[in-house]
Design a protein around this ligand. Sequence first.
Ligand SMILES: [Ca+2]
Length: 136
Amino acid sequence: MRKVGLLVLVLAVALIPFVQARGPYRLQAIAQFNLVADRGDVRTVTCQYCHVSANGGAPWNAFGNEVRANFKGSIGDALYEALKAMKDADGDGYTDVLEVFAGTLPGDASSKPLVTPQFLMQSLEKAGGVDIYKPK
Ligand SMILES: [Ca+2]
């Protein structure tokens, strides 16, 4: 029994870097997408921009898979390339960049803006277009 406990402890310690390694990706997305940062222990931004689960990890949603397909070593570049592609990953009628601009989830079709895509696009263009999401 003691050996099992030790094994669990060793595995838990060994897995910590893999769990924490994703923190920087999340922080990059918060900075790059101009999202509201966390307040204390309250996570104001979920991992669900890219992941199916609010806790991150596999699997990824449709937008997360777009980001992964664009990943060549820089998460900032991968996020920007995914938005520049002007795709609608979740098929809800709003391109991914418009969803990020509106603060809705680009990989979840049940989360979408309340205004028209045309209105959002005009607002995004006035704000500087997709270039406002270049890596920071
Ligand atoms: Ca959506």
